[in-house]
Design a protein. Structure first.
Length: 200
């Protein structure tokens, strides 16, 4: 039996569409405020909330088949909802810490920097003084390979500064990987050291 976890892709759009359709069917008519109050907000009460559809009822794509990509409208709605949620989060953070300014927008350099930090941490950097560094050499190799894929797929589409950053980071993490793997190889080839002589 394989230890590799199995992943299942579920098209969340179908679930959302089914929930919206059920909520429209089960929704109670809105309870309006008395006419004397005039215009303004009105209270809407839903008496019963529909139960979510059971997993067996959800249409599943065939094994190995990916669901259809989102439509332009779905992508636009999701982006607007994400931006609104991110703005609410930023407002909450600033309300708690007024000295914190607005966060700068995320750019390509941030993406490359994230890969760089991940690779270096996986190679043992950032360990606290006096603690043995934890090394994930296979994870580091994967992260470095991802940087290589990024460099390959973005070739010709980057500014000079972005390309310089990416190439510099890729060079640095590959050099660190080479140094680390040569140390591991040398330690593996050396004969074990005899234990120190004990007291007689």
């Amino acid at each position: 039996m394989s230890d590799t976890p199995k992943f299942e892709v579920i098209d969340r759009r179908k679930i959302k569409a089914e929930e919206e359709q059920e909520s429209k069917q089960h929704a109670a008519p809105p309870v309006e405020a008395p006419a004397a109050t005039g215009g303004g907000p009105r209270l809407v009460v839903n008496e019963s909330k529909p139960a979510p559809a059971a997993p067996a009822e959800i249409a599943q794509p065939a094994e190995g088949e990916m669901p259809a990509p989102p439509t332009v409208e779905e992508s636009r709605e999701q982006k607007e909802a994400y931006d609104a949620s991110a703005q609410r989060l930023e407002d909450l953070v600033r309300a708690q810490n007024p000295a914190v300014g607005a966060q700068p927008p995320v750019n390509f350099e941030n993406l490359v920097q994230q890969f760089y930090i991940s690779a270096m941490v996986q190679m043992g950097a950032g360990a606290q003084e006096g603690q043995r560094p934890r090394v994930d050499i296979l994870g580091a190799r994967t992260t470095i390979d991802l940087l290589g894929v990024l460099a390959e797929k973005t070739r010709g589409n980057l500014t000079a500064a972005e390309d310089k950053t990416l190439q510099t980071v890729l060079f640095e993490v590959r050099m660190a990987f080479l140094e680390l793997t040569s140390m591991i190889t040398l330690q593996g080839m050396q004969p074990p050291q005899p234990p120190p002589p004990g007291k007689r």
